[in-house]
Design a protein around this ligand. Structure first.
Ligand code: MLT
Length: 390
């Protein structure tokens, strides 16, 4: 009998993703009891309780602040995201943000509408009133990019193509990102150099306890007078009180935010966009597809790619694949292999990877992995979950 897996969708997920699940093996619905996996976009999951059979959560998007990532790690639930899948969509809106903040387009559009009813005079009124909206070109100006991940790199490269000087900062710059970065982008080791040099600053880092309020009164003080700040990453990365004060004093001349909060709405020179960064059909399809493929590979093969709470790990197995999620502490692996050895089962291959406090070990066992062995593995101190894929 084929094992069926239940996939719960907490938000509307593009068919480009859900169509990847073989309906002979997967049941996909928004109302599912005890799902084996969950697909989610922005639904808040922090108050949810998870059943023991939940294997994984896939976030169709980059930010995972709607998911209790640490609680999931403790319960052996792999949380995936889809880095890069919506990067082009966000990049395009960031470029729009640069241009509209510079040229005062939102205020100018609002003003133009007020001319309605003036008949043949409108043309003259436009020419007379437009000077109040003049703003600088971006060519030749300096853009500071904080965070050179999938989105930051694309933004930096696009800004170079538009004739900007670009200064980037990322203490965790990956080899992939570095290889993708236009050589004209000046990567600096100290973020202060970004603040000091930039006419425009855009932030592209994940929101967490370390990055909360990255843009605050102290960092704003290091910026050029009249700087324009763009935030298409998460609202909490910018201290609202500090940015409002800086807008009022003129230190910051515009704040473009894709995560508006009540505090910033209505403040002069705030350009508030209702979280449209990734709202393109292309990006919703890309994210859904990537999330679905990650889940399928994990459910069927135990492989992990693009997890935020467990290490990436991949292995082909000729025999029975045994997947063990455990704490990242000494002597776990020797206890696992001893359990196989004492049952007379040879291990043909093994992969063990760790990420911070957690680790994931896959073993290719040449023999019958019965319940007794599984129970022995599960009883090893610090083992969280054992799964056998036949
Ligand atoms: C992301 O985190 O991927 C973007 O903010 C878009 C989204 O939330 O879906």
């Amino acid at each position: 009998m084929i094992e069926m897996f239940n996939i719960q969708t907490l938000n509307k997920i593009s068919k480009y993703g859900t169509d990847n699940f073989d309906t002979a093996k997967y049941n996909i619905a928004d109302e599912v009891q005890n799902p084996d996996a969950i697909m989610v976009r922005s639904a808040a999951m922090h108050d949810m309780e998870f059943a023991p059979n939940l294997l994984a959560i896939a976030r169709a998007g980059a930010g995972v602040n709607n998911i209790p990532v640490d609680k999931c790690a403790e319960q052996g639930i792999v949380v995936f995201n889809t880095p890069g899948a919506n990067a082009n969509a966000v990049k395009e809106l960031v470029i729009a943000g640069l241009l509209i903040s510079s040229r005062k387009v939102p205020e100018a559009m609002t003003w133009a509408q007020t001319l309605k009813g003036n008949g043949a005079e409108v043309g003259k009124m436009v020419e007379k009133g437009k000077s109040q909206f003049a703003g600088p070109e971006i060519m030749g100006k300096t853009l500071g990019v904080i965070g050179l991940g999938a989105i930051g790199v694309l933004v930096a490269n696009a800004a170079v193509a538009l004739g900007m000087k670009v200064v980037g900062f990322d203490p965790y710059l990956s080899v992939k990102a570095a290889l993708g970065l236009n050589p004209a982008v000046k990567a600096v080791a100290d973020v202060k150099d970004v603040y000091a040099a930039s006419d425009y600053i855009t932030i592209h880092v994940p929101y967490n306890a370390d990055t909360k309020s990255t843009i605050n009164a102290d960092t704003i003080a290091l910026m050029k007078d009249g700087v324009r700040v763009l935030n298409f990453a998460r609202g909490e990365l910018v201290d609202n009180a500090a940015i409002i004060a800086a807008l009022e004093s003129g230190k910051v001349s515009a704040y473009v935010v894709d995560f508006p909060s009540d505090e910033v709405l209505g403040v002069k020179n705030v350009i508030a966009i209702p979280h449209l960064g990734a709202s393109t059909p292309e990006s919703e399809d890309n994210c859904a597809m990537m999330a679905a493929l990650e889940l399928i590979d994990y459910i069927e093969n135990g492989n992990i790619k693009n997890s935020v709470n467990y290490p990436d790990a991949e292995m082909n197995a000729a025999g029975t694949k045994v997947c063990v999620m455990h704490k990242n502490i000494p002597a776990v692996i020797s206890q696992l292999t001893t359990a196989f050895g004492s049952a007379g089962i040879n291990i043909e291959n093994m992969v063990s990877k760790s990420k911070k406090d957690y680790a994931y070990t896959m073993l290719d066992a040449a023999g019958d992995v019965n319940d007794e062995i599984v129970n022995k593995l599960a009883a090893v101190d610090s083992v969280i979950k054992v799964r056998v894929i036949k």
